[in-house]
Design a protein around this ligand. Structure first.
Ligand code: 3HC
Length: 311
């Protein structure tokens, strides 16, 4: 422990200023950031799969181009976040190994399948909408590299959310079959999207410390509530219903009440027993192995360049 370093760190946090990679920080601060930022990066990379599933089957060239751009954005988000995590001393190889071995977590939401095109709309509107609620406050996280990565990511997320909303609006106002496809998709994605925000505050072991260190600005339940309040009027514009009979405006609270979520399903998904966990990890492992030759070639090329520079 470095008393001067600790005093400086406490000063930065109390003054709500940024902690930078070269600043002294408590081991637990570093550890919780490696945990959260690496898991966030894993979520972005795994999140490419459910949507990638529809790139070759998009209903028009326009939709294909938009979907490709979105999936590429997710890859970039993963890159920014892995780089931010590396400033804390963890290596890319270590994070990749932890993901592929099933040791590392990534967002529960990406362990659900995407059987219809309307899922591209629900993921954009609900999943990216939830992501925006959760990620805008992270632009003010106390750890500099993480907060700065989030600024760029949030700008791109708003495009993701709008294009998803537009897909659903188009389907909802289309033929009877298209409207039903949109409704069936929203029925599947609503509850898992609410669970993306994490367990209820009473069951959130990391929240208190993360909030004390200005990493987490709002609690899981507060952000979940903000999200519900946002999507109810949007669902009305879409002409789609949200699959929650307990959803109703509570004048006293000034928020929408919503139904109980299935936290048993949530913990099953976190334990790797969700509908698509196995296939997501298998695809990620295949991609990693399939890309080994690129990494080896790049390393050999860099080595040769270094050797030539030393001649
Ligand atoms: N999926 C998987 N694991 C989750 C989870 C979820 N939706 N919500 C919580 N957990 C895990 C936590 O990681 C923690 O486990 P750990 O201690 O082993 O890491 C445990 O459940 C208890 O949860 P806590 O509330 O105590 O954990 P946090 O304080 O870390 O809060 C969080 C969870 C709100 C997800 C927070 O980690 C966070 O804000 N992370 C950054 C944002 C993020 O990862 N978003 C994922 C969305 S993916 C995405 O946005 C891509 C977009 O392009 C669609």
């Amino acid at each position: 422990e470095d008393p001067a370093g600790r005093a400086r760190f406490d000063e930065l946090i109390t003054a709500d200023q940024r902690v930078e990679p070269t600043d002294w920080m408590p081991d637990a601060y570093r550890k919780t950031l490696v945990r959260q930022v690496s898991q966030h990066a894993h979520s972005e990379i795994i999140g490419m799969q459910p949507e990638g599933n529809w790139i070759t089957r998009a209903p028009s060239l326009k939709r294909k181009a938009i979907l490709m751009a979105k999936v590429q954005d997710e890859a970039g988000h993963g890159l920014y976040l892995y780089s931010a995590a590396q400033t804390l001393g963890v290596t890319r190889d270590r994070m990749t190994e932890d993901l592929i071995s099933g040791k590392a977590k990534y967002s529960s939401i990406f362990n659900y399948p995407t059987p219809t095109w309307a899922d591209m709309g629900s993921i954009g509107w609900l999943v990216d909408g939830a992501a925006i609620c959760n990620q805008v406050p992270l632009c003010r996280a106390s750890y500099g590299p993480y907060a700065r990565a989030m600024v760029r990511i949030c700008k791109e997320e708003s495009f993701h959310q709008r294009q998803g909303f537009e897909i659903l609006l188009h389907l909802s106002r289309g033929t009877k079959e298209q409207h039903e496809m949109a409704q069936e998709s929203v029925n599947r994605w609503y509850a898992p999207a609410l669970m993306m925000f994490g367990p209820p505050d009473a069951d959130s072991p990391n929240s208190a410390q993360s909030m004390a260190w200005n990493i987490k600005r709002f609690s899981n339940d507060d952000l979940r509530q903000r999200f519900v309040d946002m999507i109810v009027p949007q669902a009305e514009v879409l002409g789609l219903t949200l699959p929650d009979p307990d959803l109703k405006w509570n004048e006293e609270r000034g928020h929408y009440d919503y139904g109980e979520l299935d936290w048993n399903e949530f913990s099953e998904v976190l334990k790797g027993r969700g509908p698509a966990n196995a296939i997501r990890l298998e695809r990620r492992r295949q991609a990693h192995e399939g890309g080994a030759w690129v990494r080896e070639a790049a390393a050999a090329y860099a080595e040769r360049r270094r050797a030539m520079a030393e001649k």
